[in-house]
Design a protein around this ligand. Structure first.
Ligand SMILES: *[C@@H]1O[C@H](CO)[C@@H](O)[C@H](O)[C@H]1NC(C)=O
Ligand SMILES: *[C@@H]1O[C@H](CO)[C@@H](O)[C@H](O)[C@H]1NC(C)=O
Ligand SMILES: *[C@@H]1O[C@H](CO)[C@@H](O)[C@H](O)[C@H]1NC(C)=O
Ligand SMILES: *[C@@H]1O[C@H](CO)[C@@H](O)[C@H](O)[C@H]1NC(C)=O
Ligand SMILES: *[C@@H]1O[C@H](CO)[C@@H](O)[C@H](O)[C@H]1NC(C)=O
Length: 385
């Protein structure tokens, strides 16, 4: 017991020094804190990244498996204050049960809700060790990893409890150019993933916007037909943002929908809101395809998915019924993607309680469907003579 509390004291000190440095550097420079001596870097996350850069296989059948949010709890039953993440162990257990059918996991923000209590990162890495030591465990940055006043975060809340992203970027490796700016691209088989950082400015003209455009544009859709956009906060559509009727972060959609459309993003995943919701292929608030379970032909809209029910207490939906929302579930769950080949994709939403599929759809189409000219999704052409 004594040595345990001594250990947690040490962690507390480490945290306090990170916290004070973070605050000291002030605006825009939370990046600096990284000591670079490898402290706290888990060997298992290094394994993960090596697998994540697997070469493209022309014909490999590759599954990918994004899930999100707060999958931390205490296995010994002691449970954290207020049992804040009641679904997390079920989610973890379902993933472990299905691990042989999973190639890569995306946990898109609000990883531990440690909020400055650094020992909770250790509880979490131990909880997901079976998963993260077997397949790449890719993370995105959420408000509970990053946000702190005057630390360069786009939002000024205290949500990270002073972590300022330092612990997340140290514990988990991602192939970002500068890990303090948590945006990156990663390829896996027939997928190209563009992971945005909703805690830094994404608007047109920003550094991140340029990255997002470059990342989307760099997908070779002949080899990587499945183009996936990921961010923590909802930059697309969610029926849970009812207060201002914006259905997403202010300026999110306005800034980015042009890019999703131009580069024909298949699916955009978000967390932040603790439930599940799936839209039709949508552009500017309009459904571009009819039907709920199968889509084929030209890519003229992006399917938006909130997959925020990884573990933390659930969120309600607003009262407004929209035409673009096709499936809503306020329960714990996660999403699995399976690309059978270059023209066929399966999407499944599973509940964490039983691992069964409650919502699904398929996409089938050819390379020429991706190239096809659609509204606001064409390269400008000239009539050469
Ligand atoms: C890919 O195709 C080649 C040639 O048809 C075949 O030999 C190989 O086993 C296939 N690989 C996979 C992973 O299906
Ligand atoms: C963040 O925490 C500090 C210190 O407790 C407090 O002064 C400040 O008002 C908080 N800011 C926000 C936006 O909650
Ligand atoms: C979008 O593409 C699908 C498939 O080709 C087509 O059926 C649908 O009419 C298109 N939607 C619009 C609004 O053009
Ligand atoms: C792709 O996979 C689907 C589902 O397994 C199958 O029906 C289809 O024939 C395959 N297409 C090609 C071109 O192999
Ligand atoms: C976890 O799964 C069990 C078994 O299916 C279920 O009874 C329980 O309600 C689930 N817990 C939560 C919080 O969903």
């Amino acid at each position: 017991m004594r040595s345990l509390s001594f250990l947690s004291m040490e962690y507390l000190f480490l945290l306090m020094s990170i916290l004070s440095q973070c605050l000291k550097f002030g605006s825009g420079t939370a990046a600096v804190v990284h000591a670079g001596n490898g402290d706290g870097v888990q060997p298992l996350s290094k394994i993960a990244i090596h697998k994540a850069v697997y070469a493209l296989h022309e014909n490999a059948s590759v599954k990918a498996h994004p899930l999100v949010l707060g999958t931390k709890a205490e296995r010994d039953g002691s449970n954290e204050y207020s049992n804040y993440q009641p679904g997390s162990l079920n989610t973890t257990d379902q993933l472990i049960k299905d691990l042989k059918n999973i190639d890569i996991v995306f946990h898109i923000g609000d990883i531990t809700y440690a909020n400055g209590y650094i020992s909770q990162w250790d509880q979490f890495t131990s909880q997901v060790e079976r998963i993260a030591s077997t397949v790449p465990y890719m993370i995105a940055s959420g408000n509970h990893e990053r946000d702190a006043p005057n630390s360069g975060s786009f939002y000024d809340g205290n949500d990270s409890g002073g972590e300022c992203g330092v612990i997340a970027e140290t514990m988990f490796y991602v192939p970002a150019e500068n890990r303090a700016k948590f945006w990156y691209s990663t390829d896996y088989g027939m997928f190209h993933f563009c992971i945005a950082d909703s805690e830094h400015d994404w608007r047109e003209g920003s550094e991140q916007y340029k990255f997002i455009e470059k990342c989307l544009a760099s997908a070779d859709r002949r080899k990587q037909p499945w183009l996936i956009f990921v961010a923590h906060r909802v930059l697309g559509y969610s029926s849970s943002y009812w207060k201002d009727a914006s259905f997403g972060e202010p300026m999110g959609r306005e800034s980015l929908q042009g890019l999703w459309q131009k580069y024909k993003v298949d699916i955009a995943f978000f967390g932040h809101i603790h439930n599940y919701e799936r839209t039709c292929p949508v552009y500017q608030g309009q459904c571009m395809h009819v039907g709920k379970s199968h889509y084929s032909g030209t890519v003229n809209g992006t399917i938006h998915v909130v997959v925020g029910g990884g573990g933390s207490h659930l969120s309600a939906f607003g009262p407004t019924q929209t035409s673009w929302s096709l499936y809503k579930d306020s329960d714990f769950g996660f999403v699995k993607l399976t690309a059978y080949n270059h023209s066929s994709l399966l999407f499944e939403y599973k509940k964490s309680s039983d691992g069964n599929v409650y919502d699904s759809f398929t996409i089938s189409r050819d390379y020429r469907d991706v190239l096809a000219c659609v509204h606001d999704g064409c390269e400008p052409t000239t009539l050469g003579s």
